[in-house]
Design a protein around this ligand. Structure first.
Ligand SMILES: [Zn+2]
Length: 125
């Protein structure tokens, strides 16, 4: 086996193998180089920042995040991934069940948002 490897052109060395960190010229790991890599690869998402820093319950923040990412299990999202199904809003029965409809456009959602905004003394049009 060793002879086969030698004949294959692969260079073998007597030196011990070592890990090489590609983000520094020396190949040595530094926290600074790792931090710069992380900092440069993460885009700042201001909406995400607001969602995750609000003082709501974790489940409310999680639902907010799913709405923002359009990841709520509604019919339109199943249709988007190829699931063939007829869809109708279970509240009003007038539109396809989508995140926009269920949480914003549906007449029942509008009614609820108006009640909440009135309770919180917030004017909405
Ligand atoms: Zn509806």
């Amino acid at each position: 086996m060793k002879q086969e490897i030698l004949e294959s052109g692969v260079f073998l060395s007597d030196k011990m193998d070592r890990l090489i960190w590609k983000l520094t010229d020396s190949g040595e790991f530094t926290v600074k180089s790792a931090w710069q890599r992380v900092r440069n690869s993460v885009e700042i998402d201001r909406v995400a920042s607001v969602i995750w820093k609000q003082s709501a319950s974790p489940s409310a923040r999680h639902l907010s995040w799913k709405i923002y990412k359009n990841a709520v299990l509604v019919d339109s999202n199943f249709q988007r991934i190829g699931v063939m199904l007829a869809s109708k809003c279970v509240l009003c029965g007038h539109a396809v069940e989508s995140v926009e409809h269920v949480f914003i456009q549906c007449e029942y959602s509008v009614f609820i948002w108006r009640k909440i905004s009135a309770f919180m003394w917030i004017s909405v049009s």
